[in-house]
Ligand binder design. Structure first.
Ligand code: ADP
Ligand code: ZN
Length: 712
């Protein structure tokens, strides 16, 4: 019990959090109290690190953390130091004297957490030092690297068996974000864990929105997506190296700061790109899947898949790289049948594991084409059942409406039948739309009865309907016969037995996607959009300045979640800062004053704005109470022109103002004309002169407001 309370105190004091997340307290207790080996399966961002960092602070001695990547170690150590916790790493990137210094500090017990690479840990030269250390815990991060079944097998990890052999009494904590059961079992065997305590957390990441979008006009959709999210960090995953380069070049040409990354880029450049991304200097990276592993950046806000990934495992891991700070994050995956066809081609060429690969491809295709909650499908793939629809996927937000699509289906199926089931998707659609193409004439498809019966539906919409027919089993693709379309038993029932077919209206899907509702299942922390973005931007800039000065990533200073809370709570004394989740005593003392000052300044400035705003309101109130401009001017002891501009301001801000009381329609026309000829940029005086000085400045201001509003 004692350990638990002090664990909670440490959580608050050092990390600034009030409550443990599910399982954290139990894991910490199992290690510190019961000295048990543990296996922890928790998704990225679930909060695994704290489960060994807190025991490291509670126990005497040093905790050894095994971590596969230098970048990861560096990141973790930086984050710990920023919280005032003494930690260090040892790896091949350091000089001998640096390493000796860290070894000495560890032996003295000054360093509480020591991160090492598996190579280093298992090396003979390291062994004497290790023997001298007072070790309280071994934490093996990214433990799936030990398994050949996992996706990142690293041979050095298999040698970690020696830990339990040489140090049988020291608990080993194995951690991974890989959900699959075979890998989990393998970790236990390979590390030789002694009847370990297993903790399997939910893999749901409710803050990440799931969206699948038709793979057309991809670049325009990407651009629109990014424009809606200024200053946000994101990753665009592409299948080919070339696409990464092309998209980043296009973005740059459009004035969007981006870079590309793939295995063909030279080493130095790659680490530069990664560094720039981590430090928020380049917010957007177009990358192949080589990018992301080992990046702990918690403020990645979105992930786009330019192509559908091969498996749901890869997809889930890749989208998991956004929203690690638990605040709202968005994903968008492009899907087209073409992607499936390309993968099927790969699989047919390479026969190893063919069945498994095809089954996995089918599952991601089902996901992409789903007309029910996507998160349910995704989680069920990982063996989890979600009781309610998630409310944060495109299907939940815009539930598809079905219509009787029997006639559409009949047209397509009948055309297919008349072409002897020997054509692919494009030919089928071209014939349905009555295209005047040479290949159609050559094959005499323009003579069949169904030629041109689907003219009224656009090519793109036909693609969607064909996809739905495929998805519902009315058509099959013969992958082994040049991908031609085949009829099925079900389709014959449509053609000959009047079987009804339900389809989802495509134009509706596209249209409805524009609006989005708040998810109902969970309330996602999304304060950023509620408060004035101004303060957030100012705090973000301040964070960046501090990060640059200290040469650490901005999210290590404060996470986005902390910035959002600062914006909504607006604390103006350092004492109040530790009330904010994620600010411990150390950070409050170190960074608190600067942030508090910025908030204070912001509040004062907006108060001034408000005072200015209130003079408009007084004028407006008098006006709607029936007073005219002259009376208000006299009453308030102001110029009539000033009153006009107050009213113009209220009008622009959406206040209901009867404009006819202020200006004649003839005057409005003249002003509009003047704006068209002269533009507004030159200022009021130009317009005033252009109008022969006959219309008052105040009225011109009002005219501009009117004209602006008309254009919106
Ligand atoms: P993982 O290693 O599982 O990917 P991290 O340990 O990096 O996840 O934690 C993800 C984020 O969640 C970090 O920003 C961390 O500070 C935060 N976090 C961890 N535990 C808690 C908690 N009990 N309350 C609030 N935030 C937490
Ligand atoms: Zn859903």
């Amino acid at each position: 019990m004692f350990a638990k309370t002090s664990a909670k105190e440490i959580l608050k004091k050092q990390f600034g959090y009030d409550e443990f997340r599910p399982m954290q307290a139990e894991i910490i207790n199992a290690i510190t109290e019961d000295k048990k080996d543990c296996l922890v399966l928790m998704p990225t961002g679930g909060g695994k690190s704290i489960t060994y960092q807190i025991p490291a602070l509670i126990n005497n001695g040093v905790t050894i953390v095994v971590s596969p990547l230098i970048a990861l170690m560096k990141d973790q150590v930086e984050a710990l130091l920023a919280n005032g916790i003494s930690a260090a790493f040892l790896n091949s990137s350091q000089s001998t004297s640096e390493q000796t210094n860290i070894e000495d500090l560890s032996l003295q017990g000054t360093i509480k957490l020591l991160y090492v690479s598996p190579e280093k840990l298992v090396s003979h030269s390291f062994s004497p030092f290790l023997k001298k250390l007072n070790i309280s815990l071994f934490a093996v991060d990214e433990a799936h690297c030990i398994s050949q079944w996992g996706h990142d097998f690293r041979p050095e990890y298999t040698k970690l068996k020696f830990l339990k052999e040489s140090y049988p009494d020291i608990p080993v904590l194995a951690l991974t974000a890989t959900a699959d059961k075979i890998t989990a079992r393998d970790i236990v065997t390979q590390l030789n864990l002694k009847s370990p305590q297993k903790y399997i957390a939910s893999f749901d990441r409710p803050n990440i929105s799931l969206n699948v979008v038709a793979g057309r006009n991809k670049y325009d959709k990407i651009k629109a997506f990014i424009k809606k999210r200024p200053n946000q960090s994101g990753i665009i995953y592409c299948l080919s190296r070339k696409s990464t380069e092309q998209i980043s070049a296009k973005l740059k040409a459009d004035g969007i700061n981006a870079a590309h990354y793939h295995a063909g880029v030279d080493r130095e450049e790659r680490s530069k790109v990664q560094e720039n991304f981590i430090k928020d200097d380049v917010p957007i990276i177009c990358a192949t899947v080589a990018f992301g592993m080992g990046i702990d950046k918690s403020n990645v806000r979105w992930v786009i898949h330019y192509n559908m990934p091969k498996h749901l495992e890869n997809y889930y891991q890749e989208i998991g790289r956004c929203g690690r700070d638990g605040t709202k994050a968005d994903t968008m995956m492009f899907y087209s049948l073409q992607d499936v066809i390309v993968y099927r081609g790969f699989i047919n060429d390479d026969h190893k594991n063919k069945e498994v690969e095809i089954a996995k491809l089918n599952r991601i295709q089902e996901y992409a084409e789903s007309l029910t909650c996507r998160r349910k499908i995704l989680l069920s793939y990982f063996g989890e059942h979600l009781a309610e629809d998630c409310g944060n996927c495109d299907v939940c937000k815009n539930p598809p409406e079905h219509f009787d699509g029997t006639i559409i289906a009949q047209k397509a199926l009948s055309a297919l039948h008349r072409m002897n089931e020997s054509v692919g998707v494009n030919m089928l659609i071209n014939v349905l739309r009555g295209a005047g193409r040479q290949d159609i004439f050559d094959l005499a498809y323009h003579e069949i009865k169904t030629y041109g019966v689907g003219k009224d539906i656009s090519f793109a919409n036909w693609q969607q309907y064909v996809l739905q027919l495929l998805n519902q089993g009315f058509i099959e693709i013969a992958y082994d016969q040049n991908h031609v379309l085949k009829l099925t038993r079900a389709s014959k029932a449509v053609l000959y037995n009047q079987k009804k077919v339900k389809l989802v209206k495509v134009s509706e899907i596209e249209k409805k996607k524009q609006k989005s509702k708040e998810p109902k299942r969970i309330k996602i922390i999304n304060k950023t959009e509620q408060f004035s973005n101004d303060l957030f931007e100012r705090l973000r800039t301040l964070r960046k300045e501090i990060a640059n000065k200290e040469n650490i990533p901005p999210y290590v200073v404060f996470s986005n979640a902390v910035l959002e809370d600062l914006c909504s709570e607006k604390p103006i004394t350092v004492d109040n800062l530790t009330d904010i989740s994620g600010i411990g005593e150390f950070k409050a003392a170190k960074y608190g004053q600067s942030f508090v000052n910025e908030i204070d300044k912001f509040i004062k400035e907006s108060d001034e704005e408000k005072i200015k705003g209130s003079t408009y309101i007084i004028t407006y109130d008098m006006f709607i109470n029936g007073m005219d401009v002259e009376d208000i001017a006299k009453e308030r002891n102001l110029q009539a022109t000033t009153i006009f501009s107050h009213l113009a301001n209220s009008y622009s801000n959406g206040k209901n103002i009867d404009i006819d009381r202020l200006i004649t329609s003839d005057e409005l026309v003249q002003i509009e004309n003047a704006i068209k000829v002269k533009g507004k940029e030159e200022g009021l005086k130009t317009l005033y002169t252009f109008l022969d000085e006959k219309i008052d400045y105040g009225k011109i201001r009002l005219g501009i407001a009117y004209y602006d509003k008309k254009r919106i």
